[in-house]
Design a binder for this molecule. Structure first.
Ligand code: 13P
Ligand code: SF4
Length: 337
């Protein structure tokens, strides 16, 4: 997998596909899906063309839940590598493909399994809660997995007599500590895309649109989270915007989510929060936040991975086995009322 450092981060700028080309590729993908008995799962940050052809679009929790119950023979995962790995762990007998094998994650990179094992060895009473944005090998070392959609519930259900170790997102971990009052040892990882949002940018938007509600992803910094009307996962953001009487929303997360927000709330306005990093300023002055990994997937690559049944997720049997239990534990706790 590509392990480009955070300093390499550049937003990816694409021209939209011509309508005829998009239509042609979409028809090919739908025919392949029928022939393969495949299901296409897409994360909320995927490009609109991919979201529109997917069977299901959602957050990491929803995608894991869909993967756990699918009857399809092939899972086509339009997201990043750790998400496709999770689908494979839940379906070791199925073929799982993703459009671009280099679609990684800065959080996953921040937590090598050997370093985690070394930290765990310092305290046998650690109970390890791993954010789903980590490798299968890290999942295999963990007691339970969480997503931003259920992190609070997972931490509240952790055994009271254990010392909690939360990996790898320190911002999500801090937020859950604030919500639950439960102290945790935090791994020092972060999402390179979310930590670029700054307090000033949100304050400016609040001044310009005083009627707007501010929705923030918990991977963001504390200085940004404390300005939010709502801090939640991408799926809960969409639900919040749908049910809120407000007409306008300042959205503090990756800009791919705006497609679903506009589609599902056509009469509301969504404002992307800009990232103010002059080193990253692209030529067209667009300063929306884009995850360079999520945006590696294209409609062409989606078609190609279905034709070739590759890149395919393959994992050692021992990792598959050990990583399944903490994911199943998460799904079981999530399903509780
Ligand atoms: P959720 O969609 O689970 O909120 O996660 C956001 C994210 O950054 C996924 O990588
Ligand atoms: Fe990872 Fe952040 Fe990209 Fe999500 S948005 S895949 S957390 S780098």
């Amino acid at each position: 997998m590509n392990t480009a450092s955070n300093a390499d981060a550049r937003p990816v700028h694409r021209l939209p596909l011509a309508a005829a080309r998009r239509e042609e590729l979409t028809l090919e993908i739908l025919e392949l899906r029928r022939r393969l008995n495949a299901v296409i799962l897409a994360h909320n940050y995927q490009i609109p063309e991919i979201q529109d052809v997917a069977d299901y679009v959602g957050d990491s929790l929803g995608l894991a839940q869909q993967a756990a119950k699918t009857k399809a023979d092939v899972i086509v995962f339009c997201g990043v590598h750790f998400m496709a790995e999770t689908a494979k762990i839940l379906n070791p007998e199925k073929i799982v493909v993703l459009p671009d094998k280099d679609a990684g994650c800065s959080l996953e990179e921040s937590c090598p399994p050997d370093q985690l094992a070394a930290l765990q060895a310092t305290n046998p009473n650690f109970y390890t809660i791993a954010y789903i944005n980590c490798s299968a090998a890290v999942k295999a070392l963990s007691d339970v997995i969480c997503t931003s959609g259920n992190a609070e519930k997972i931490v509240r259900s952790a055994p009271a007599d254990r010392d909690l170790l939360f990996v790898p997102d320190e911002n999500l971990g801090q937020w859950v500590m604030e919500r639950t009052g439960r102290p945790m040892t935090l791994w020092r990882g972060n999402c390179y895309a979310h930590v670029e949002f700054r307090r000033d940018a949100v304050l400016r938007l609040r001044q310009r649109y005083p009627d707007a509600k501010v929705v923030v992803h918990p991977e963001s910094l504390h200085e940004v989270r404390e300005l939010a009307d709502e801090v939640c996962s991408t799926e809960k953001m969409i639900a919040y915007c749908k049910s809120s009487p407000a007409r306008r929303f300042v959205v503090v997360t990756e800009s791919g989510i705006i497609h679903r927000m506009q589609k599902e709330c056509p009469d509301k306005e969504f404002i992307c929060t800009p990232v103010y990093d002059v080193m990253r300023m692209p030529a067209d002055n667009c300063r929306c936040s884009e995850c360079k990994y999520m945006k590696l997937n294209t409609l062409e690559k989606l078609r190609d991975c279905m034709v070739r049944l590759a890149p395919r997720i393959e994992l050692p049997a021992e990792i598959l086995e050990r990583a399944r239990r903490p994911i199943e534990r998460m799904l079981e706790i999530s399903a509780r009322p």
